[in-house]
Design a protein around this ligand. Structure first.
Ligand SMILES: [Zn+2]
Ligand SMILES: [Zn+2]
Length: 340
């Protein structure tokens, strides 16, 4: 009873291996989560492949965590054993740096407290998190559905709701994968005139099913020209990891239009300065959000029926699930489930 199974990585580029560990006890300000589901995010490669500087191994990846509060540490207010809770990319903050003192916790200047990177994450039966990182999971939302909303979900939901777009505005979602298939749903449910953009005509029916009003196949069509025909985009939400694909949409931004970058591109963007200047267009990045933003994401998703399309694997098959996700074959999220 005092042991738990986790899927850990013992070195950069090491394999995900299932091992037994002692069940940890929460310290002051922390809770222990009995994990029910944990989504696999592309950012888990930071841990698995050792891309994040200074990771200490062995490390348990996972920051799309959904479960139940199982034990509460000293000084924790507002959370009790038995409450359903999730933890996402924003896994805590220092509370004393300039960003934190301005209430902007997600840009905390002290080493980011990402579960699965700074401390052990959700590929496990149990994990420890600061109480400040918890989002309440509403009744009616399954753990398997809540997990992917804790990173892929909040990142698209929170960027869209802070984008400045108003109901009826033209909003394009670039890329229809783990983030994009949620982005289309959120944009449609927020009342935006939603356009899906992907390099594949085969994705049009899916985009429409998810709520897209229109679709652009960027392999055979020029996304900028097509967006202009539709009146120019207020927002292009870039969920792809190709700088060229992002650059190709810039000419489709309307006046005050904004390219919001959620996916990290390897190559730099190509930007013409004059259209930015004359039309007050902008390019911005957006980093997920805090625990209460995650909670809003969960509530909105329950309310409107937004759900990730997920393939489910038991924790024991974490290595296979990870490879499936990274190969791009998952439709569209891989989620680990943990039986207790
Ligand atoms: Zn993530
Ligand atoms: Zn801080």
């Amino acid at each position: 009873m005092s042991k738990m199974r986790v899927a850990q990585v013992t070195r950069a580029n090491g394999a995900l291996e299932i091992v037994e560990r002692e069940i940890p006890e929460p310290g002051a300000g922390q809770v222990r989560i009995k994990v029910e589901a944990c989504g696999i995010c592309h950012s888990d490669a930071m841990t698995k492949e050792g891309l994040w500087p200074g990771i200490q191994y062995p490390r348990v990846p996972g920051h799309e965590i959904a479960g139940v509060v199982d034990a509460v540490g000293v000084g924790v207010e507002g959370w009790a054993k038995g409450q359903r809770a999730g933890v996402g990319w924003h896994g805590g903050h220092c509370g004393y740096c300039d960003s934190c003192r301005r209430g902007d916790f997600v840009t905390c200047q002290v080493a980011p407290q990402v579960p699965g990177i700074a401390y052990d994450g959700g590929y496990a039966e149990y994990m420890i998190a600061p109480a400040s990182a918890l989002a309440a999971i509403p009744e009616g939302l399954w753990a398997v559905d809540a997990g992917p909303l804790m990173c892929a979900g909040i990142t698209t939901f929170n960027s869209l709701r802070n984008s400045g777009a108003q109901p009826g505005d033209l909003v394009a979602i670039l890329g229809i994968g783990g983030l994009g298939h949620l982005g289309i749903q959120f944009a449609a449910k927020m009342g935006f005139k939603t356009v899906g953009i992907a390099r594949d005509i085969d994705k049009e029916p899916l985009a429409k099913k998810l709520g897209a009003w229109s679709y652009i196949d960027s392999k055979t069509q020029d996304p900028a020209a097509e967006l202009l025909k539709l009146g120019g985009a207020k927002v292009v939400l870039a969920t792809v990891t190709s700088g060229d694909a992002m650059s190709a949409t810039l000419g489709g931004l309307g006046v005050n239009g904004k390219l919001m970058i959620l996916g990290a591109a390897a190559e730099p963007l190509q930007v013409a300065g004059i259209p930015l200047l004359l039309g007050r267009r902008s390019i911005v990045g957006w980093p997920s959000g805090t625990s209460v933003d995650s909670q809003d994401t969960l509530s909105f998703s329950l309310l409107t029926g937004v759900r990730a399309m997920s393939e489910v694997f038991p924790l024991e098959r974490a290595a296979e699930a990870y490879e499936h996700m990274m190969s791009g074959k998952a439709r569209f999220r891989a989620v680990l489930t943990i039986k207790h």
